[in-house]
Design a protein around this ligand. Structure first.
Ligand SMILES: [Zn+2]
Length: 325
């Protein structure tokens, strides 16, 4: 990509696929900066190599200091256009409005950038309107589409784009980022990095919302419930915070997993800051029952996604998570 910029053969359209938090938008912004930078640096500076973005093959360079770079960083460059789903979809009116702006001359940029985030939510009509524009692109304009995967898009759109797949960010890099940029201690940073599923956005959010403490509360509650009544109270409180369920399920499963892993491969424990708890609780569970509990959580999660009754599903799940001595 950087090569393409310098040789002046920048494609009209890129498609960045990958999960949330893998850096697709950051690279789109880096692309806009590099394409318009007044003083692009020639070589990668050594200390930049430690930065998460620079470990990507699609690293782009810009000075970050010039007027154009500063405006893009501040999010107020008049020639960088962003379209996002309004509600659940990107509607045809949003694409038409974008096309009207792109039909005019750029204000100041040598290369305009139109970012279409969440392109998998383009409805049929919006997709077809965008396709027409991609077939006859406006001058000095680069499109960047972001999506989860190519199969969610019209094949005719995919074929018009240079496709780059964004892999999950390796755990080591996430950990280093949390330590160096957010001042998180190394053990906690390691736990968060393991749980963030390769997503920078997720890791940052976990670090900023006191996730380590919330996690301890979920684990303590799970391990301390003895009577069916206590289990149903827990289930009731979870059912009121439906949006937090994926996270709570993730904590529960990783905890149960650690109770197994601690006996077989202690070095691979995720919640390594809680080894005293792990040592205390692991002997209380049989491995076969831990495995079936992990499965029960997966099934409950699928049922809830498929619109099963949340409260009933959670009640049944909690009752099935009984500890046997
Ligand atoms: Zn610059």
């Amino acid at each position: 990509m950087a090569m393409a910029l310098y040789t002046g053969s920048l494609p009209h359209a890129f498609l960045f696929t990958g999960h949330e938090g893998t850096g697709r938008r950051a690279v789109a912004a880096a692309l806009a900066m590099a394409a318009n930078c007044a003083q692009p640096p020639r070589d990668i500076v050594d200390n930049e190599k430690t930065d998460v973005l620079s470990t990507r093959p699609d690293l782009l360079q810009s000075c970050g200091q010039c007027r154009s770079c500063k405006k893009i960083i501040a999010g107020n460059h008049p020639d960088i256009h962003m379209v996002e789903p309004s509600g659940k979809m990107i509607k045809v009116d949003q694409i038409r409005a974008l096309c009207r702006k792109l039909a005019l001359k750029p204000y100041e940029a040598s290369t305009r950038v139109a970012i279409i985030a969440g392109a998998q939510t383009l409805n049929q009509e919006a997709g077809n309107t965008l396709l027409k524009t991609l077939e006859e692109p406006p001058e000095r304009t680069v499109f960047v589409l972001t999506a989860l995967q190519t199969s969610d898009l019209l094949p005719t759109i995919v074929s018009r784009c240079r496709h780059l797949r964004f892999a999950p960010i390796p755990r080591k890099l996430l950990r280093r980022y949390l330590e160096n940029h957010l001042g998180i201690d190394s053990i906690t940073a390691d736990v968060i990095a393991s749980m963030a599923d390769g997503s920078m956005t997720q890791a940052r959010r976990m670090a900023e919302t006191n996730w380590p403490e919330q996690r301890k509360r979920v684990i303590d509650r799970m391990e301390s419930m003895t009577s069916p009544g206590e289990r149903l109270v827990f289930s009731e409180s979870l059912s009121r915070k439906k949006e937090q369920l994926p996270e709570v399920f993730g904590i529960m499963q990783s905890w149960l997993r650690d109770l197994i892993v601690s006996r077989i491969a202690p070095a691979k424990v995720i919640h390594r800051d809680l080894t005293d708890k792990i040592e205390r609780y692991a002997p209380r569970h049989r491995i076969t029952s831990l495995i079936s509990k992990i499965n029960a959580i997966t099934i409950a999660q699928q049922d809830i996604q498929a619109n099963a009754n949340v409260r009933l599903t959670l009640d049944a799940l909690m009752l099935s998570l009984t500890t046997e001595e």
